[in-house]
Ligand binder design. Structure first.
Ligand code: HEC
Ligand code: HEC
Ligand code: HEC
Ligand code: HEC
Ligand code: HEC
Ligand code: HEC
Length: 501
């Protein structure tokens, strides 16, 4: 038989290498074809196609080279063995059967391993995998995610996006995460902001297009005070979400200013991005306005431009999928939707207090919430315990539900640790820049006018009655604070570090 390749090719090591390389190459082609033809790109598919299989391919190629080199060395040393391959004679029934079994077996094996690796991908790509494999670590994020507007958007869609480069980055940090979970080295809670989250333009904007955001969004709030009657009040406002198309000229609102008309960069010295001493806004004409916090002791001459962060969706929407809600907000919602009976005296106050006690474990919390609320009514309203026992029982169940969705003591997760930046009541949010203290050299202030982001249309309060205005009116705080409401920020009394919430 004439050999097509030099003799040195015909050795077992080179042969194994050749088989390995060609099988990996075949599967790479197959998976690339699947990736190109499926509608939804699968970020995790990249791990095999672009990371693992090329590894095998390279290894196969190295084996080929090593086999040849070894053969060459043996030959020089005079130890060259004349290799012979077995002769297969298909006229011999024994040979025929073995050859058939071998061929069919190999093909089946290849098909199944390709299918198997595809299924393995699909699983690592699933939200179930992301959310439950490291159970306690990811539990808060997974539970909050299941209760968010994005519960049908895969984890990988926001955390990785498509394409191989971010996939590899995610895998590298992923391997470290696996290590830290195995050796119990992970921080509690997981620190945010996530340093190398993919720029939001490449994830969020795949589904939400800033130019197509429109108009104002009407939002209704119902509030209850912490008094015996759970004094109720209402507020309706238009949130000027906006957006718009520059060509058509109908552009306005929050998204327009932030995402279309201006590119905003800022410097923050602290990891949580709370203190923002320096901001640069570049408008469509390329004019730059620099705003500085007049109260911050920040030396602009020491600014390193590489440390500027370009503001994107995440700077406002930092909790699109994992929202740990503030207790007042949740209890108001559950009371206004009749899940908690609003006629139970002090229920607002008792529920919020029961939620805010720092428990060490989920199970302890669930028990203590029941005891806390039961004891309160047994002690203060013994009559009510008889007449409204069902309502009290239902209230306890609902408060426990609020707890289980918003507090995760094992990971030390709650609204206090992961503030929401989309607003200004319970964390500084918009007021990190819109506090009236960020001023440009020519005196322009980043607006903190109460009507610039929203228009309050309606409020209904026990004392003032019904107030209505289409132009927008001043906010009437549900309890009279005198001049404090002008002098202090909402978070001074309602924020995570303050008692009064
Ligand atoms: C709609 C987009 C989106 C989806 C879907 C999503 N996340 Fe997130 N996730 C984020 C953003 C944004 C952050 C916070 C980034 C920051 O503050 O730096 C985050 C933060 C996290 C954190 C850090 C801790 C924390 O709570 O901030 C973990 C862990 C996490 N996500 C896991 C998951 C898992 C697991 C899933 C799927 C079950 C998932 N995410 C789905 C957008 C998303
Ligand atoms: C794969 C598509 C997809 C991606 C990626 C995505 N979203 Fe969404 N988002 C949706 C859908 C669908 C809804 C509407 C859900 C509904 O109304 O039930 C939504 C709703 C929202 C809402 C309204 C939420 C509410 O509570 O009403 C906001 C805000 C939002 N997304 C922001 C973001 C941000 C910020 C990111 C990037 C971190 C992002 N989205 C990434 C699909 C996506
Ligand atoms: C300056 C802060 C800010 C930035 C930056 C920002 N948003 Fe928003 N966005 C808001 C506010 C405020 C709302 C209204 C909040 C609400 O619905 O409670 C909103 C609402 C939304 C909604 C829901 C609209 C609706 O009608 O329910 C979506 C979707 C959204 N934003 C996506 C994005 C995306 C994607 C980006 C990045 C391209 C982005 N936003 C950047 C502040 C911001
Ligand atoms: C990192 C700083 C920063 C944060 C955080 C921020 N903004 Fe702004 N915002 C700016 C700057 C700077 C401008 C002014 C741009 C210019 O020079 O015209 C602006 C302008 C605006 C405007 C237009 C104001 C006007 O006078 O017409 C609106 C509306 C707005 N922001 C809404 C929001 C909302 C809502 C939030 C919170 C969800 C928010 N911003 C958070 C920096 C910020
Ligand atoms: C930079 C934009 C901006 C400015 C300036 C601003 N707000 Fe707001 N405000 C928001 C956003 C965004 C929300 C919505 C938060 C949410 O989604 O619930 C909000 C919500 C509110 C709420 C409902 C709060 C709640 O959690 O129930 C009140 C009340 C309010 N603002 C009052 C004011 C007052 C009073 C001022 C003036 C001192 C003011 N706002 C200035 C952006 C702004
Ligand atoms: C000087 C302290 C202080 C400041 C500043 C303050 N509040 Fe309050 N706020 C209170 C107190 C006290 C209550 C009554 C709490 C209760 O009865 O549960 C309250 C109650 C409320 C309530 C009704 C109770 C609830 O949460 O359901 C709302 C809404 C509210 N404040 C919003 C705001 C907003 C928005 C701002 C900023 C514009 C603000 N507050 C600034 C002290 C303050």
């Amino acid at each position: 038989m004439k050999k097509k390749f030099p003799l040195a090719f015909y050795n077992p090591i080179t042969l194994v290498g050749a088989v390995l390389a060609s099988v990996s190459f075949g599967i790479i082609l197959l998976l690339t074809a699947i990736e190109l033809t499926t509608e939804h790109s699968k970020p995790y598919m990249g791990i095999i196609t672009f990371v693992i299989l090329p590894g095998f391919l390279m290894f196969g190629l190295l084996l080929i080279a090593f086999g040849i080199y070894r053969e060459h060395v043996l030959k020089l040393a005079g130890k060259s063995i004349q290799r012979k391959f077995p002769v297969i004679d298909l006229n011999d029934p024994k040979h025929r059967i073995s050859a058939a079994v071998f061929t069919v077996g190999t093909i089946l094996l290849l098909v199944f391993s390709a299918f198997g690796s595809f299924k393995a991908y699909e699983y690592t790509d699933s939200d179930e995998f992301c959310g439950t494999v490291c159970h306690t670590v990811m539990e808060p994020e997974y539970v909050a995610y299941l209760n968010s507007a994005h519960s049908r958007v895969g984890c990988a869609k926001c955390h990785i996006g498509s394409g191989a480069d971010w996939f590899v980055k995610a895998k590298i940090s992923g391997s470290y995460q696996v290590y830290s979970v195995l050796f119990n080295k992970f921080p509690r809670p997981i620190p945010t902001p996530i340093e190398n989250l993919r720029p939001a333009q490449e994830t969020c904007e795949q589904c939400h297009w800033p130019k197509h955001f429109f108009g104002e969004k009407k939002v209704d709030y119902v509030y209850y005070l912490s008094d015996e009657n759970n004094t109720k009040s209402y507020l309706t406002m238009l949130l000027k979400t906006g957006g718009g198309n520059i060509e058509l000229g109908n552009a306005s609102g929050i998204h327009y200013h932030m995402n279309i008309a201006n590119e905003i960069k800022y410097y923050t010295g602290d990891h949580s991005r709370t203190e923002i001493p320096y901001i640069e806004a570049t408008n469509l004409k390329g004019e730059v306005t620099v705003y500085k916090d007049k109260n911050a002791k920040f030396d602009v001459s020491k600014l390193n431009r590489d440390e500027l962060r370009k503001m994107d969706c995440i700077d406002c929407h930092n909790r699109p999928a994992h929202i740990y809600n503030q207790p007042d907000k949740m209890v108001n919602l559950y009371m206004s939707s009749s899940r908690i009976d609003e006629s139970l005296p002090f229920i607002k106050s008792v529920a919020v207090q029961a939620l805010e006690i720092p428990y060490s474990k989920k199970e302890i919390a669930q028990d203590s919430i029941r005891l806390f609320i039961n004891n309160f009514y047994a002690l203060n309203y013994p009559e009510l315990v008889k007449t409204k026992s069902e309502e009290i029982k239902k209230a306890i169940e609902e408060v426990k539900l609020i707890y289980s969705r918003n507090y995760f003591p094992e990971m030390q997760v709650s609204w206090r640790r992961y503030p929401v930046n989309l607003g200004h009541t319970y964390s500084n949010g918009c007021f990190r820049c819109h506090d009236g203290n960020h001023v440009s050299d020519n005196g322009k202030v980043i607006s903190n006018d109460c009507n610039v982001c929203h228009t309050i249309l309606h409020q209904e309060l026990p004392v003032e009655g019904k107030l209505l205005s289409f132009e927008g009116m001043n906010f009437v705080h549900p309890v009279d604070l005198g001049s404090s409401i002008e002098k202090q920020l909402c978070i001074d009394c309602h924020g995570a570090n303050k008692k009064n919430n």
